[in-house]
Write a protein that binds this ligand. Structure first.
Ligand SMILES: C[S@@+](CC[C@H](N)C(=O)[O-])C[C@H]1O[C@@H](n2cnc3c(N)ncnc32)[C@H](O)[C@@H]1O
Length: 673
């Protein structure tokens, strides 16, 4: 007989007990099976399988008449929790998501007060593409931890993945809350979900009827017949908060807003003292939206004439009301009328309280903040001159159109840091460089996540840096320094970094690899780098559209931008150029310029990325920002590549699914030791 040591013996006995319980279950002897699982747990308190199977049995067999709540917490010990977590991770790594879900469900039952377990369940559902399951799990997690940023962010993303369907009051409740606390979620996703809900929300169905009136006169007639109650709905916080924070990325809703803007302008000329209630509340939020999209809406000749009348009246101090100022701010930034601010401030002194806040917001956004940015430019030090010819052209573009104009950083994306956060301690000190930081939203996010680190942010555009510095001061971010200069000259900083992030930047250089080499040289051995680059395959339609712009001599001006937007929006459904229409970039001037009129860009392929990584001694770690279905499809195509790091496979995958890297390839890599 073979001697076994005691731990092997114990293991065998545990298995025997599990087997016996399973046999009883299969034979329909549910009570006996349940008792066997319990005996097993009593003898082996850390037995994840026994606990998990018992929970499933109780859930499946109502005839047992056992309360899951009561049974659930009976065996709650650290060892059982740990072994359930380990079992869940093991089966998850093996791609057995169903099994992983039963372990995560068991963990929720074991410790119902712990938000982490429903949050884990939500992530598993998300990986499986079960968005409804994910929503109820994240919802449950947020009931336990209402402020948890990761759960909020995941819940919102899931609403987005689920897409528009029936109106759902729970989604609206969350979205309304996120609009009030936009720093807790991804703002781009928030904008999409906010807009998506508008189409099915019973509160706005009537207003959305305006979408069908393309002609302004038809629209006006229709508007005049709406009841006051219907019109008052557009001053709900849900609408106004959304307009202030989110760029409206839908061409039909944009037309509706443009019609409403024109109505506001008419009122401001005809009767500025008696504008309807809805128009006053709405005009201020629309002014903020128009500033945010940099006045991208089309203007008719009629509007241009009316605008001149309005400006004249304001300059002559005639009929100045907060409403007429709001109407003007819907068409032009207020700081483009240097003679006017004193008049505006005078108005402010006599405003009723409820209008004061609205007015102040617009004055702050359109006069005070740009003034502050102008002054802050003096505080930004340069580490190099900008001598490279391409860098000079790129700088000029971003000096006149700092990009992006943002209000809130949103939450730190889960993915932003998956690698960094699992491999580095956010509370430890790291030297971090953001190369091509633009208007500062990425550096500020990173600073929030890494409060003990020093973050250096560099860019060619002083206007963009000043925007970032103003936001950083407002948000009291102290571990961040903005510096002006060219990536090509970064060795002047005489510093090495633990983490470097450069997203959407290198492809705007004449020789992106030369810039990348500089970044690799100043990354410490073992340091992490995140790079974002345009994909040649995914951007084919953009490349073609850029060529169309050149061929048709469409100028790189606000008018030119409006012209190409009109052309694209008028193309038949299914035309490749229309692929740009669902994206935010289509709905703001600086983003459109960045997207279709850039002075310098070139696209990458995965083999080109692989070569550069090899040349610079960088090891590929992971693509980020992949949609769940891409992860699923890739795993099915290449089940052996569990780390999903084989770039040859990814190249094959991208050729099969060319829309995978929408916007950018974004990936983490590490400098070899
Ligand atoms: C498209 S924006 C992307 C910005 C930012 N990473 C983001 O995702 O929002 C590109 C930015 O890179 C900056 N940039 C381009 N070439 C650069 C260079 N050679 N040195 C420094 N910054 C550069 C531009 O000034 C611009 O602000």
């Amino acid at each position: 007989m073979i001697q076994t040591n005691s731990s092997e013996k114990k293991y065998a006995t545990q298995n025997q007990m599990l087997e016996q319980a399973a046999n009883q279950k299969n034979a329909g002897q549910y009570e006996d099976a349940f008792n066997s699982f319990q005996s097993c747990l009593e003898q082996y308190p850390g037995c994840a399988e026994a606990y998990c199977d018992a929970v499933s049995l109780v859930e499946e067999q109502a005839s047992l008449n056992i309360s899951l709540e009561e049974f659930g917490t009976t065996y709650n010990t650290e060892s059982l929790q740990n072994s359930l977590i380990t079992s869940m991770q093991t089966v998850q790594a093996a791609g057995k998501i169903e099994e992983a879900l039963s372990y995560s469900g068991a963990l929720c039952t074991l410790d119902p007060g712990n938000w982490m377990f429903p949050a884990l369940t939500g992530k598993l559902h998300l990986n499986r593409g079960n968005f409804e399951g994910a929503i109820s799990a994240f919802d449950a997690a947020l009931h336990l931890a209402p402020d948890n940023i990761q759960c909020r962010d995941n819940l919102l993303k899931t609403f987005y993945y689920l897409g528009a369907g029936k109106f759902d009051a729970n989604t609206k409740r969350w979205v309304s809350q996120f609009l009030k606390e936009p720093d807790t979620v991804d703002i781009g996703v928030l904008a999409r979900v906010w807009l998506m809900l508008l189409f099915t929300d019973p509160d706005y169905l009537e207003i959305m009827g305006g979408l069908q009136h393309t002609d302004y006169n038809d629209f006006k007639q229709w508007l005049d017949n709406l009841s006051e109650e219907t019109l008052s709905n557009i001053t709900h916080d849900y609408i106004l908060d959304g307009l202030r924070i989110c760029v409206v990325a839908n061409i039909n809703v944009e037309r509706l807003l443009a019609h409403l803007r024109r109505t506001i302008l008419n009122y401001s000329i005809d009767n500025p003292n008696q504008a309807p209630d809805w128009a006053t509340g709405f005009a201020f939020a629309l002014a903020e939206q128009c500033f945010l999209n940099e006045y991208i809406y089309e203007e008719t000749e009629d509007e241009k004439e009316q605008l001149e009348i309005l400006v004249k009246a304001l300059k002559n101090n005639k009929d100045i009301t907060p409403f007429s100022v709001a109407a003007l701010a819907c068409y032009r930034p207020l700081n483009s009328f240097p003679a006017l601010p004193k008049t505006f401030l005078k108005i402010l002194e006599n405003l009723p309280e409820q209008e004061e806040g609205l007015f102040q917001r617009v004055i702050r956004q359109q006069i005070e903040e740009p003034e502050t940015e102008q002054k802050l430019k003096e505080n930004i030090k340069s580490f190099s001159t900008i001598d490279n010819e391409t860098s000079q052209k790129v700088r000029d573009q971003y000096e006149s159109n700092p990009y992006p104009r943002w209000i809130s950083t949103g939450a730190v994306e889960n993915d932003e840091g998956n690698f960094v956060f699992s491999e580095t301690d956010p509370l430890q000190h790291h030297d971090i460089l953001i190369a091509g930081c633009a208007t500062g939203h990425i550096p500020i996010k990173v600073c929030k996540k890494y409060p003990s680190s020093s973050v250096t942010s560099i860019d060619l555009s002083l206007s963009s840096l000043a925007y970032g510095l103003r936001k950083a001061r407002e948000m009291k971010v102290e571990n961040l320094e903005f510096k002006h200069g060219d990536i090509l000259e970064l060795e002047n900083l005489k510093q090495q970094f633990d983490i470097i992030i450069s997203s959407g930047v290198l492809h705007h250089m004449k020789n992106p690899e030369a810039g990348w080499q500089v970044l690799a040289d100043i990354l410490k051995p073992g340091g992490l780098m995140k790079i974002g680059l345009y994909s040649e395959l995914e951007r084919q339609h953009i490349t073609d559209c850029r060529q169309y712009i050149v061929d048709h001599k469409i100028p790189d001006t606000s008018e030119g931008i409006r012209q190409i937007r009109k052309i694209i929006a008028g193309l038949p459904e299914g035309h490749a150029f229309r692929k740009v229409m669902p994206f935010n970039d289509f709905y703001s001037t600086s983003m459109m310029r960045d997207l279709l009129f850039h002075v310098q860009e070139q696209c990458f392929t995965i083999p080109r990325i692989a070569k550069a990584l090899n040349d610079f001694d960088l090891e590929f770690l992971s693509f980020s920002m992949l949609l769940p279905q891409a992860v699923q499809q890739y795993s099915q195509m290449f089940p052996d590549d569990t780390s999903m790091t084989n770039l040859e496979h990814w190249n094959e995958y991208e050729h099969r699914y060319p829309d995978t890297f929408t916007g950018l390839y974004q990936f983490w890599c590490r400098k070899k030791q």
